[in-house]
Ligand binder design. Structure first.
Ligand code: TXA
Ligand code: MG
Length: 319
């Protein structure tokens, strides 16, 4: 099993020798390797059982380093990044040849971010290469927001998990690119569309659900999914209809105290608290004795949009 600890030197030594290390970020835990080392990158895909057509995000700690690896940094993205980084934002930039095609699944843009976690920032500071890091879960399953989640699922295959405590945002980064000078969101995430509009002073268009578009093959509709069937709708109506089944409840703010397997995302109705708890609650319900899971939509504002996106994918709902 992997060692869980906070030893940055050990993590750096492993990464320099092409090994995998799980790292904490403010969004979710990542499964990291040297992005410039093809063999190390290949072992990420193998360990996660991830198709090689699903490209990886690279992580580093300064914009200066990023500029060594990309051809240019469009102004609109640079401005947004300067305000948000370190933070839950990933931008697509035209890559130089030094970034292996395997990282981008053959695309000419690479996804880049500076994550906001003190341990991982000190780790990155001592490395002269970027870390390719997808979420540290088996492909398609719920993303990990604590070191023990990584240990449970991938601990047998990796040497080290850097333990940075529970993730403060709990949902993946927002992915943004620029097209004809306009910013577009490709994946909803920990930075809300409203925040991006505020910072960039422009109306943002969404270009989500690109699973049928080979340009962004990672936007799969079924993702972040528990193994148990998950339904979204009125919780009370569902309970009424399914009296003979063990139902697990994931509610936004209402509690169901008479129900053994129920989780509340945020008793005060705060979408940030809800996003922090989302994957943890889904994971616990998936491991509970419940046979079937019911949840409800959260308000479509701020991070609520990203939460609803993850719920939709977890429930395998087609648009
Ligand atoms: O918050 C996060 O972004 C976390 C932490 C660990 O940083 N990482 C993460 O990575 O969510 P992952 O691999 O689970 O999701 C990466 C997604 C891909 O599935 C794909 O949709 C998109 O990012 N992506 C990556 N590179 C891309 C590229 N070159 N062009 C278009 N989309 C890309
Ligand atoms: Mg993922």
């Amino acid at each position: 099993m992997a060692t869980i600890g906070q030893d940055i030197d050990q993590a750096q030594t492993l990464l320099r020798s092409g090994k995998l290390v799980a790292i904490p970020t403010e969004t979710v835990y990542g499964l990291a390797a040297n992005a410039l080392d093809c063999n190390a990158v290949l072992s990420i895909f193998k360990t996660k059982n991830r198709p090689t057509f699903d490209p990886l995000i690279i992580h580093t700690d300064t914009t200066e380093k990023i500029k060594q690896w990309v051809k240019h940094f469009p102004e609109a993205l640079e401005h947004l990044s300067n305000v948000v980084w370190p933070g839950p934002l990933t931008v697509l930039l035209p890559k130089k040849d030094i970034i292996p095609d395997m990282v981008t699944s053959g695309l000419d843009h690479v996804a880049v971010r500076i994550p906001n976690h003190p341990l991982t920032l000190s780790l990155l500071k001592g490395l002269d290469f970027p870390l390719a890091a997808p979420s540290a879960n088996p492909f398609g399953y719920i993303s990990p927001t604590a070191a023990k989640h990584v240990q449970q699922q991938l601990g047998a295959y990796i040497p080290y998990i850097l333990d940075g405590g529970p993730c403060s945002i709990g949902i993946e980064s927002t992915i943004v690119h620029v097209e004809n000078g306009k910013l577009q969101v490709l994946r909803l995430g920990g930075l809300s569309v409203e925040q991006i509009e505020d910072i960039s002073q422009q109306k943002i268009t969404l270009s989500l659900n690109q699973s049928s578009n080979p340009q962004a093959p990672g936007m799969l509709k079924s993702h972040y999914a528990p193994r148990k069937p998950l339904y979204i709708g009125s919780i009370s109506a569902f309970l009424e209809k399914n009296k003979d089944q063990k139902v697990g409840i994931l509610s936004f703010k209402t509690s169901y105290p008479e129900h053994k397997t129920s989780h509340v995302l945020s008793p005060t109705g705060d979408v940030l608290e809800a996003s922090k708890n989302l994957f943890l609650c889904l994971r616990e319900l998936d491991q509970s004795e419940a046979e079937v899971l019911i949840t409800e939509w959260v308000p479509e504002t701020g991070l609520g949009r990203a939460i609803n996106d993850r719920l939709r994918r977890a429930a395998h709902i087609e648009e």
